[in-house]
Design a protein around this ligand. Structure first.
Ligand SMILES: Cc1ncc(COP(=O)(O)O)c(C=O)c1O
Length: 408
């Protein structure tokens, strides 16, 4: 048979993701690999009741087709939440319900990227976003991330050298995978650069409400003066990922195009789920729920940081996040975290993490890995980090690197 698949499929290498899920699912392993919330923290009974309420109040034809943009009452609640939690004033007309943040990323990529178009990503970044972008075959420019988010000096240089860049993809709050948060100063500077170089910013912020320490920072969208920041978030990390419900906030012009694209893909997100989430939000204070899960996640984060302090060798560095799901570990230069995982860590310590390379568009950085702390209990976290620390003790090959990542 001829090769009938489009090039975008050939670009779509999911083997790293497949491996992560395989390692996570093996009960012999302690997995810090997946980006899963703790399922014991899902409000199961409240969600069941919310589905029942939504279906029983079926005056408005819940089982019928409805608008592509999604239930107006739910979009209004999201607009209100954006005002109180992200300092972003929008109306429900500027909110589009999506099937998770993942579909939101895909929609924005579909809106903006022709084959070969240039875009900026952080190095490292969310590998699911890379998978979505890859299918549109962009040219990537990778900008390193440090404790205050994307390196703005490097961004400025890159935009100046490549005025054809159309899109900046950033995860400013409790970044996946480093856990770091972009400072307010850098957010303002990024918007100013986007205005200067006529670029769209895609602000992906599913962890925003999960803050365990430090002060809230306004969204990048808060500083948007020209309608060029597209904000996306999701109920996956604060309620349940199985709801497959996220949202996009965008200007009128962009929204109109996104609605058209979504309509062509799946007509609408499942109305029963949107109505159930709306019922849940009518009957419960989501802030109280988020405070409860944040307390639990803070304890887990602290347990992992304490274990890292106690058991990791001094030539290994790690971030100290104020929220979210992840800690990023930087190994001494020259260590390949993927080979280490497959050859030593999995077989000897039975611990899984996500090695660096697949989280860089360039695949150029190998000496790091992502740890998830939300999906294990405290005893397991301590045990897993202790085992990992024992493996890493002899891995003292060269001087430690100070940079979190290097651009290519
Ligand atoms: C940064 C980031 N964006 C988007 C997503 C997609 O999440 P979902 O589609 O479940 O909303 C994730 C999930 O891990 C993520 O970490």
């Amino acid at each position: 048979m001829k090769n009938l698949f489009a090039n975008r499929v050939l670009n779509n290498d999911t083997s790293d993701l497949d491996e992560i899920f395989k390692n996570s699912a093996n009960p012999e392993n302690i997995s810090f690999a997946g980006g899963f919330p703790d399922q014991h923290l899902f409000p199961d009974d409240d969600l069941k009741q919310a589905y029942r309420d939504a279906i029983e109040q079926d005056g408005q034809g819940i089982f019928q087709y409805s608008s592509t943009q999604g239930l107006p009452a739910l979009r209004q609640k999201i607009a209100d939440h954006m005002a109180t939690h992200a300092d972003v004033q929008v109306s429900a007309a500027n909110v589009l319900m999506t099937q998770g943040g993942q579909q939101a990323i895909d929609l924005v990529a579909k809106l903006l990227l022709n084959h070969g178009d240039s875009m900026v990503v952080e190095g490292p970044t969310y590998m699911g976003a890379l998978a979505a972008f890859d299918t549109y075959e962009p040219t990537y420019y990778e900008i390193p991330v440090d404790d205050n988010g994307m390196n703005i000096r490097q961004l400025r240089k890159t935009l100046k050298a490549h005025p054809e860049i159309k899109l900046i993809y950033t995860i400013p709050d409790f970044h996946n995978p480093t856990g770091t948060t972009m400072s307010a100063k850098r957010r303002q500077a990024m918007v100013a650069l986007a205005n200067q170089y006529d670029v769209i910013i895609l602000e992906d912020s599913p962890y925003r409400d999960l803050r365990y320490s430090g002060q809230n920072i306004p969204a990048i969208k808060h500083y948007d003066t020209e309608g060029r920041v597209i904000f996306i978030s999701s109920f996956s990390k604060i309620l349940s990922p199985a709801l497959r419900t996220g949202w996009i906030v965008a200007s009128d012009t962009i929204m109109q195009e996104l609605v058209g694209l979504k309509s062509a893909i799946d007509v609408q997100s499942p109305n029963v789920t949107l109505a159930a989430i709306n019922s849940y939000l009518d009957s419960h204070d989501i802030d109280e729920h988020v405070a409860t899960i944040s307390d639990a996640y803070r304890t887990k984060r602290d347990a992992m940081l304490t274990a890292l302090d106690n058991y990791f060798p001094k030539n290994v560095q790690y971030t100290r996040p104020n929220g979210g799901f992840f800690i990023w570990v930087t190994l001494p230069a020259g260590v390949d975290a993927k080979a280490l995982l497959n050859d030593v860590v999995l077989p000897q310590a039975h611990v899984a993490y996500v090695p660096a390379a697949c989280q860089f568009a360039s695949r150029a950085v190998t000496n790091g890995f992502r740890l998830n702390f939300t999906n294990s209990d405290v005893a397991t976290i301590t045990q897993g980090i202790q085992r990992l620390g024992q493996i890493l003790q002899p891995v003292q090959v060269t001087v430690p690197t100070t940079a979190l990542a290097t651009p290519f």
